[in-house]
Ligand binder design. Sequence first.
Ligand code: NDP
Length: 472
Amino acid sequence: MSTADIGLIGLAVMGSNLALNIAEKGYTIAVHNRSSGRIDEFVAEAKKEGLDGKTIAKYELADFVAAVKRPRSIIIMVKAGQPVDDMIEQLLPHLEQGDAIIECGNSLFTDTQRRFDYLKPKGIGYLGVGVSGGEEGARHGPSIMVGGSKAQWHNAEPVLTAIAAKFNGEPCVAYLGEGGAGHFVKTIHNGIEYGDMQMIAEVYGVMRDGLGMNPTACAEVFKAWNKGPLNSYLIEITGHVLAAVDEPTGKPLVELILDKAGQKGTGVWSAIAAQQMGVPATAIEGAVAARSISSRKDERVAAEGIYGKPSRAKTDVTLADLEKALLAGKIVSYAQGFAVIAKASEENGWNLPLATIAKIWRAGCIIRSRFLDQMSAAYEKGGNANLLVVPDFVAIMKDSHPSLRKVVAAAAVGEFPMICLSAALSYFDSYRQAQGTANLIQGQRDFFGAHGFEIVGRGSDLHGTWPSTLGK
Ligand code: NDP
């Protein structure tokens, strides 16, 4: 008998937590996993949490599908990539017209679009859903970015709304657009997350090496900043990470962790999407590059041997400057990320609602912050303009960009790497100047390639008379 409101395949960290969250909200959920061991573990966990009455574990795929009420909503939470395609193929013979697959992993949005297009003529709905918040979010309330088949979204909407994080009672879930829209927005969320994390790390570098602060002192600063305009999950956890002590040695844990950052791909996807659409997203690109440089530890050690230790010239930047620099950098980074979203929306006809996206990121996800509440309010008033020209943020930027300038200048003199914050400053300076220097670029392009240039009042596709440099 079909008694489950929804089904879920993939009982690793994310899937099992999501399933428990759904069961806890009173919905009956059928679960399945490729290997049976994880099903057994899930059954034991559900029992421990008193949720076994709301969970139906099935070891055979056909039995699992049959256990879900029609029209079926089946969540897939397996490893991103080929496993998702494999899972779709295995499910297809068991599904009926009107059923939907809801893929909640970190999939590349173009893959999601392809799967959506593949399933549409078969009458099977496909939802590509970005879920942010990690393990904790999946269990107690993630931010949920939905894209794909709108009709089938309405079938799953009550369940996904019930499990989503809440900000002032408002659920952090929204249907954003057709095809790959949900996964695209999740990708840019992760790109912005990369930027936030990198800028925080750069400021920590100045505290540690420029101001001579130990991790405990740094932790106190982040704790204080979390009460101000930077209030956010990432600032909060930074305080905890800096305060943590390694039990065996009694030393600050952060000082023992190797300075090599990992990445799984969503930052790179964000940077590629931005470049492909011609939208500058230098803060995200900088953050991705910084992780790549960090991973080349051996090369960095060798290069320091050649150039000597960085001077770390004494800096007169204050903690207040660092706080404001972070805020200014963050505004630029979000301006870039949202500009990428706006452009993708235009190119794909997604009609992505920027204010809603800022709203559903206010709780549950990794970049949740007070700042996003301000952003959603600003976008509600100001349409889709670049954040740098939205009045509420203009005021903050005018107040904070001098500090960003001071910090980046001190970093240059003191030999502190600041890939992300300096990229943010350069973007700001490029964006806010009426007269740039691309006139020279156009002259060069015309010189070697006859690409033409424009002179106001005389027309475009004009050419210069250039001396020949051949044979010189
Ligand atoms: P993993 O990405 O580690 O994937 C493991 C799950 O995928 C297991 O259930 C595994 O089954 C299943 N699987 C792998 N290959 C296949 C296959 N060919 N056919 C069927 N099932 C397969 O799990 P996570 O829970 O960490 O993540 C799930 C998704 O959520 C991923 O896309 C991830 O990127 C995304 N995500 C993860 C977050 C996190 O914090 N971990 C945060 C946000 C999103 P088996 O047990 O049989 O091996």
